[in-house]
Design a protein around this ligand. Structure first.
Ligand code: ME8
Length: 499
């Protein structure tokens, strides 16, 4: 069992059947914000992301392109790995489910589940969506036997499969939902998962016979594992080989947060805990479920809808911090919402340039002009202290429940408070009048700017690091509003967010 100070966050692993889009980026940034906040709090952090490379979604895409699945995944996985760099992610490992280390551990865990009697041979008879890689009941079948999510024709399958006895875990899962109300966050997604469970569980295919692109089943060479079980296990297998020669499982398992989109709720909140119970592994603490980014047409952004924004292009034009800030201001984490370049330009101009950027430049300029680039070492203004005290604790409390946008709003209120403080105190007038209150105002402003910048660091890691350096206090772990100015030397900085 991991220690109380450990923190393990994961993203969904993306299918590599296309290029990454902004919807993929959104989830990875969300997880990075949680991981960076946990590091600021001195926790022992592991942050995992990666790619899901087996199953029909990939095999079909490779066939359509006339290349082998391995060629396709090798090429496309690099685009997803490049995205982690472009997004400024602080992930500790990037897993690919074609890694030998993953494949061998999937086989070990599922052999154990088989040996414990949770698996039997049967025949799957029904509908299947190759794009979802999901078996469909009548309830999730659209007119003319189409997939409700992808709108494509479903395949009729009649196939020998090994089944996982999911139904045997009904009572244990009900107990989980009864005793751990924060197992699934936010609440409306907990309710959705709970309702699915209430419908009664049926056993699910654990293996596939008609597909060869997957992890071979050790007890029957004619089958490969169903891609979802192979994929879910990445959260555990990665800890076994991410750091050569060291098994990190005891240090980090169970995961603190699995961050996922709402389309894959059932797999993570029903199948996954049941599989972990069968494998006698601990359950994750939270599954946090985000909504969808919509394209300009109001539809879920996806390659098949053809309404994607390319994260690389957006970052090239605006910079990564601008994108990270925009996404969590624009779409309340946990909800759905539309995104667009126009919306991003507006937030940039109003919030980043006019509010935060302006606060930063006027503070540095006044320190330069009125205080020879030093932060006066005097007692700080108690009025401002009382507004900014406890900001870090409030942010932490919200991020403990992955309320990423609410936490950002909390910080933004402090940014606004500081801009009002400048207007109220009018330091330029204090300077003109040689008013003895000036040093405390300047020091309070510098400290206030430092505190909000540290709080913003998980959201905008690059620009905040530049600003903290210019303030002469680069430490991102010093999160509290101090009582005294630090007396240090500040520098200058070109505008953080030029107009
Ligand atoms: O589902 N807005 O992969 P995937 C927000 N391989 N999030 C979005 C989105 C959008 N428009 N489009 C996709 C899979 N996502 C599996 C996961 S995990 C063990 C296996 C999110 O490439 C989506 O909700 O289809 C999911 O969480 C992630 O991107 C990967 O989607």
């Amino acid at each position: 069992m991991s220690g109380a100070r450990s923190f393990y966050a994961t993203t969904a692993i993306d299918y590599v059947n296309g290029a990454p889009h902004l919807g993929h980026a959104y989830e990875k940034i969300a997880t990075d914000i949680l991981a960076r906040n946990a590091r600021q709090r001195g926790r022992d952090v592991f942050f995992l992301t990666g790619t899901d490379e087996h199953g029909e979604p990939v095999a079909d895409a490779a066939a359509a392109e006339g290349v082998s699945p391995q060629e396709l995944v090798d090429r496309n996985a690099e685009r997803f790995r490049a995205l982690t760099g472009a997004l400024g992610l602080s992930n500790d490992f990037f897993i690919r489910t074609t890694d030998a280390g993953h494949v061998e551990r999937v086989q070990q865990v599922l052999q154990r589940v088989y040996d414990a009697g949770h698996v039997y041979l049967g025949t799957y008879e029904g509908w299947y969506c190759p794009r979802c890689a999901d078996f469909k009941t009548e309830a999730d079948t659209g007119p003319g036997n189409t997939c409700l999510i992808h709108g494509i024709a479903l395949d009729r399958h009649s196939e020998e499969n090994y089944f996982f006895r999911l139904s045997a875990f009904q009572a244990q899962l009900e107990d989980l939902f009864a005793t751990r109300p924060d197992f699934v966050l936010p609440r409306h997604q907990f309710n959705a998962a709970h309702a699915f469970l209430g419908g009664g569980l049926t056993d699910v295919s654990l293996t596939r016979k008609e597909l060869t692109w997957g992890v071979p089943v050790p007890w029957d060479s004619g089958h490969v594992f169903y891609v979802w079980f192979d994929a879910l296990l990445n959260y555990v297998t990665a800890l076994g080989y991410a750091e050569p020669g060291t098994d990190l499982t005891a240090r980090f398992w169970p995961a603190t947060f699995h961050v996922i989109g709402k389309d894959i709720l059932k797999f993570h909140t029903i199948y996954w805990p049941a599989l972990l119970m069968a494998a006698e592994l601990e359950l994750p603490r939270h599954v946090w479920v985000h909504g969808f980014l919509f394209g300009p047409d109001g539809e879920k952004m996806s390659k098949s809808a053809g309404n994607v924004l390319d994260p690389f292009e957006v970052i090239d034009e605006f910079g990564v911090d601008v994108l990270r800030h925009y996404l969590f201001r624009e779409v309340t984490a946990g909800q759905d919402g539309p995104v667009s370049l126009d919306g991003l330009r507006t937030r940039y101009a109003t919030e980043l340039a006019n509010e935060y950027g302006n606060l930063a430049s006027r503070t540095l300029n006044m320190l330069e002009r009125y205080s020879s680039r030093t932060v006066p070492a005097v007692a700080l203004d108690p009025a401002l202290a009382s507004d900014l005290d406890g900001l870090a604790a409030r942010v932490d409390g919200l991020l403990d429940r992955a309320e990423i946008s609410t936490a950002l709003e909390e910080i933004w209120q402090s940014v606004r408070r500081l801009n009002r403080y400048v207007e109220e105190k009018a330091p330029w007038q204090l300077a003109r009048n040689d008013d003895p209150a000036l040093p405390a105002v300047l020091a309070s402003l510098a400290e206030g700017l430092r505190v909000v910048t540290v709080a913003l660091h998980p959201y905008m890691p690059t620009k905040t690091a530049d600003l903290l350096r210019a303030l002469g206090r680069p430490d991102v772990h010093a999160r509290e509003f101090a009582e005294n100015g630090w007396g240090g030397v500040t520098g200058s900085l070109p505008p953080l967010f030029p107009k």
